[in-house]
Design a protein around this ligand. Structure first.
Ligand code: 13P
Length: 281
């Protein structure tokens, strides 16, 4: 059933757990996540990011995602991940998404507030929820991440307080040491940043991006401090890639593509179930 993030994030806060945000970067990744959710009876956020436009365009993905969410036996959010313009957020709402992320983290602070507040006003009229981002996160989607100082990207608690008060966001993505994509070295997270932002934002649900590739202990510590949504994609895609490599080795001749797709869907499902159990023990 298609739902906004409101109910599932407040349930997560009450229960002291986090919900997963899994990317729809192909039909297999979307269907694998839906199957995992139904098999475990755990709600989740199905999201499409502009970074995945070249894999499956948003115009094609959006109606499929809304339909998958509506037909699911569990509560599923159809969500725009990293909406990089107000226009894209409005488009997602018109296409029936129940939630959008407006990512103004690269904008000057005041402009991020102004545009996020506008998206919140419109989205709330649609009955949809809004996630925004403050502080920024380096990308390492294709392994091109160079030397950087994580502290330079951290979310500042005083900025978060004013941002939340003036925008009316439903959830806030914060930066505390995670990165998108593959980790080159063992990530070092600042749990103090989560504590301080949580204190300054009055228990607003906080979101972890770059949430795949961490240790179980990192997940548990982040959740204990107030992370209520964990965006997870890259390491699930790697798990599916390994499964596809195995099937290619098993049948080098005459392998039909639908068998590859079926194996990939099963691998995504297994990996999503694994992390759903960690996020909601
Ligand atoms: P990963 O690249 O760590 O899977 O993060 C995904 C993400 O944050 C999508 O918004």
């Amino acid at each position: 059933m298609l739902v906004s993030m409101k109910g599932i994030l407040s349930d997560a806060a009450k229960g002291g757990y986090a919900v997963g945000g899994f990317n729809f970067a192909s039909l297999e990744s979307g269907m694998g996540a839906i199957r995992a959710s139904e098999e475990l009876g755990i709600p989740f956020v199905l999201e499409h990011a502009p970074a995945h436009e070249e894999f499956v365009p948003f115009d094609v993905a959006a109606p499929i995602m809304v339909q998958l969410a509506r037909a699911a036996k569990t509560p599923v959010v159809a969500h725009l991940d990293h909406g990089n313009s107000v226009e894209l957020c409005l488009k997602a709402l018109k296409l029936g998404f129940s939630s959008v992320m407006f990512d103004g983290s690269a904008l000057p602070y005041e402009e991020n507030i102004r545009q996020t507040a506008f998206v919140c006003r419109v989205a709330h009229e649609f009955g949809a929820t809004v996630e925004a981002e403050l502080g920024s996160m380096p990308h390492n989607l294709r392994g091109e991440l160079h030397e950087y100082t994580p502290e330079d990207f951290y979310t500042k608690p005083d900025e978060a307080k004013r941002f939340v008060e003036e925008t009316g966001v439903d959830a806030l993505a914060i930066s505390f040491g995670t990165v998108h994509g593959v980790y080159k070295t063992t990530p070092k997270l600042s749990f103090t940043v989560i504590d301080e932002v949580r204190r300054s934002t009055g228990d607003l649900p906080l979101v972890m991006h770059g949430g795949s590739g961490l240790s179980e202990d990192d997940y548990h510590q982040a959740i204990a401090r107030g992370i209520r949504k964990i965006n997870y994609y890259t390491y699930g895609a790697i798990a599916a890639g390994k499964a596809v490599y195995e099937i290619v080795k098993e049948k080098p001749e005459g392998l039909q593509f639908h068998d590859v797709a079926v194996r990939a869907t099963a691998a995504v499902c297994a990996d999503v179930k694994r992390v759903m159990r960690i996020f909601k023990p």
